[in-house]
Design a protein around this ligand. Structure first.
Ligand code: XIL
Length: 351
């Protein structure tokens, strides 16, 4: 199947995702005029190996010219960091507020970037009115929410994190408002409703702590394997990759986990990568080099895995990170590239 994957001015890039068995794909919105000089090193190197290079973005930051300059130059994909979470996009029942997310999607479209909508069902950043609904009312609210949000962006958002973090660290079901009210089947139902609302969008299950082989990764694997076997329209798994330069799953373990997910016919995406420095010893230069090495290794694993569609970082500048005061991203607080940036660029370039 051919997927319109990324448009990098002035060339329309068409990428074949081998074995991707979904029959339709999102058509990106037309790109207007982007000077070719706007395609910076990461974006160019990612395009050469058919990998999206993404960043989580908050709409409020798009008014900052320094932020925008780096975003538009280096990245071919955006994930909405907070603006599509339920509490923000549907704070009152049926009262959708798409203003912030529309700004992100519009910006992405103007700069030829793909969008991943994050996230339809998660236990955090949800409105209080979900508490205490009867099962029937909750089911209706979930259906209306997914239809409302996915439907609004039909044809404009490439992919969705349909369900985020449904499992505990030990692999058991997380006790969320959705699981309590609807049982295990809420996950499959969410994918079905999302697919009906936009049959062209790629649908992901997203989680953390399941990057390398292990108990939780085994449960994520079993969950998505069973969804696939039941004919549920799931296209991929997001490995969040919030890791530490002080210790992380081995490359072999992450690579093997990615491969077994890919063998199910699923895409794999590195969905929220950042690399914490806390706990890393040595001089600051040594700490930043350990961070560089972690970024290099993980991005190289994605480059080596044909079904890994790309890497999205959970932000790109240390000036704006959920992990502050840690310095976990590719650019420093002054928007200057760090060793981590070179690590990513080297991996995308096969170095
Ligand atoms: C985080 C955001 O980055 C913060 O700004 C917000 O306050 C809390 O959520 N896993 C996820 C993301 O799936 O949605 C989280 O994002 C980080 C952990």
């Amino acid at each position: 199947m051919t997927v319109l994957f990324a448009r990098l001015a002035p060339v329309l890039v068409v990428v074949t995702l081998a074995g991707c068995d979904r029959s339709t794909a999102t058509s990106p919105s037309p790109v207007t005029s982007i000077p070719s000089s706007s395609s910076g090193p990461l974006r160019t190197a990612g395009s050469a190996v058919n990998k999206l290079v993404g960043a989580a973005v908050q709409a409020g930051l798009l008014s900052d010219a320094s932020y925008r300059t780096v975003l538009d130059r280096e990245f071919s994909a955006i994930t909405t960091e907070n603006d599509l979470k339920w509490a923000n996009v549907e704070p009152v029942p049926g009262g959708f507020d798409f203003a912030s997310a529309d700004a992100i999607v519009g910006h992405a479209s103007a700069f030829g970037m793909q969008v991943k909508g994050h996230t339809l069902l998660w236990h955090q950043q949800i409105p209080g009115w979900l508490d205490g609904l009867s099962p029937d009312a909750l089911r209706q609210a979930v259906t209306d929410h997914i239809q409302g949000v996915v439907g609004h962006y039909r044809g404009r958002v490439r992919a969705w994190d349909v369900v985020n973090e449904a499992l505990n660290d030990d692999g058991s079901w997380r006790d969320t408002v959705f699981w309590r009210g609807l049982g295990d089947s809420y996950v499959a139902d969410a994918f079905r409703v999302a697919h009906a609302a936009d049959p062209g969008a790629l649908l992901f299950y997203n989680d953390y702590g399941a990057e390398g082989l292990g108990g939780k990764a085994d449960r994520v694997y079993a969950l998505v394997r069973d969804l696939k076997a039941a004919g549920v329209p799931i296209d991929g798994v997001g490995l969040q990759m919030h890791i530490s330069a002080a210790g992380r799953p081995s490359d072999a373990s992450i690579g093997a986990n990615m491969r077994r997910l890919a063998d199910l016919g699923l895409l794999v995406t590195i969905s929220e990568m950042d690399v914490q420095l806390a706990g890393v010893g040595g001089t600051q230069a040594e700490r930043l080099d350990a961070q560089r090495a972690a970024y290099h290794s993980v991005v190289a694993l994605c480059v080596a895995e044909p079904r890994c569609d790309g890497v999205t970082f959970w932000g790109f500048t240390d000036a704006h990170t959920w992990l502050a005061p840690d310095l976990p991203l590719l650019f420093d607080v002054q928007y200057q590239p760090k060793p981590a940036y070179s690590g990513v660029l080297d991996a995308l370039s096969g170095r």
